[in-house]
Design a protein around this ligand. Structure first.
Ligand SMILES: [Zn+2]
Length: 326
């Protein structure tokens, strides 16, 4: 009989759940809008309800529950600390509470770490010893899996790459600092530069793309770049430069065998990779320059596949003794 896990991908907008096999196959995925403003019990009720629906439809044994959730969280203690996108979630012992409701062991980690694990097990990072996963969307997140183990650091707070300083200047980040990787290189930052450019002479193609999409954002810049608009291409080149600078720091710190690039902006990977590589080729020390850089392989399923990976790769995270089990 196929071993399966119950996987949750908890976001501030959507709550996804699925049965996932040990081979990484996603079965019967369900998505509901997260009751993000209604407090802890409302969301736990949603998760319990999805679990019952999914478990009723499976004939296999569920080995455990994997939960990918927004940080900050403490994966070792099983506690969600204070996710900004979920109201009322302060120091919630989610592992203990969900485990009590479902009668199964629950394994928790933050969404970027979970996606990194998913890409290492079944995606673009498969077969590589040390995988650095970088997700660039609204913000920037990351995860490192080395020898099958997520690198956690103290309280599970490691690899918060969006808030490393890559410039002494720049826009103020949500964290309050200036010069954060996320404030300069996220999709949001590219979208802001695009919106500014759209108002200036030469920005007509970006403005038209914004109108067609219905709002400004990184996607409008990418679409204008795809029709060779020079202003959009210059913005993409600048974006690639910031990504390359951040990535160069990360290569020197982690020396991964492969960098897996995910998130919404990975849709423009083909436009960005040349610029990223040329920054790495000039800024990284020579021993680091030949690192493999690829686009993520699992797409929107990375969170579910990775959450299941927490169950099937128990050594990926805390030791079993650390777990809260029923
Ligand atoms: Zn920051």
């Amino acid at each position: 009989m196929t071993a399966t896990a119950l996987a949750f991908d908890l976001g501030g907008t959507d709550l996804r759940a699925a049965i996932v096999t040990q081979a990484g196959e996603v079965r019967q995925a369900l998505t509901v809008p997260t009751l993000a403003r209604e407090g802890v019990d409302a969301v736990l009720d949603q998760m319990t309800s999805l679990a019952k629906t999914l478990m009723a439809g499976t004939d296999g044994t569920i080995a455990g529950v994997g939960l990918g959730a927004p940080g900050p969280l403490d994966p070792l203690a099983g506690i969600m600390v204070a996710p900004p996108t979920l109201s009322g979630w302060h120091d919630v012992a989610v592992v203990k509470r969900l485990s009590a409701r479902l009668g199964l062991p629950v394994f928790l980690d933050n969404d970027a770490n979970v996606a990194a694990l998913g890409e290492w097990r079944h995606g673009a990072g498969r077969g590589f010893e040390t995988v650095l996963f970088v997700t660039v969307s609204t913000g920037i997140g990351g995860g490192v899996v080395s020898n099958g183990r997520i690198f956690h650091g103290r309280r599970g707070l490691a690899v918060e790459i969006g808030h490393m300083t890559i410039s002494g200047f720049g826009p103020t980040c949500l964290c309050g600092n200036v010069g954060c990787f996320e404030a300069l290189a996220s999709g949001t930052a590219l979208g802001h530069r695009g919106a500014d450019a759209a108002l200036r002479p030469g920005g007509e193609k970006i403005a038209a793309a914004q109108s067609a999409i219905g709002r400004p954002g990184a996607r409008a810049v990418v679409e204008a770049a795809r029709v060779d608009d020079p202003v959009a291409l210059a913005l993409i080149a600048k974006e690639a430069e910031w990504l390359g600078i951040g990535l160069t720091n990360l290569l020197h710190i982690f020396s991964p065998d492969i960098v897996v690039f995910g998130g919404g902006l990975s849709n423009a990977f083909d436009l960005l990779i040349g610029g990223i590589r040329s920054v790495v080729a000039t800024r990284a020390m020579s021993a680091y320059r030949d690192v493999v850089i690829v686009r993520a392989g699992l797409g929107t399923n990375a969170g579910l596949v990775g959450a299941a990976g927490l169950v099937f790769t128990p050594s990926s995270s805390a030791t079993r003794e650390d777990r809260h089990q029923t």
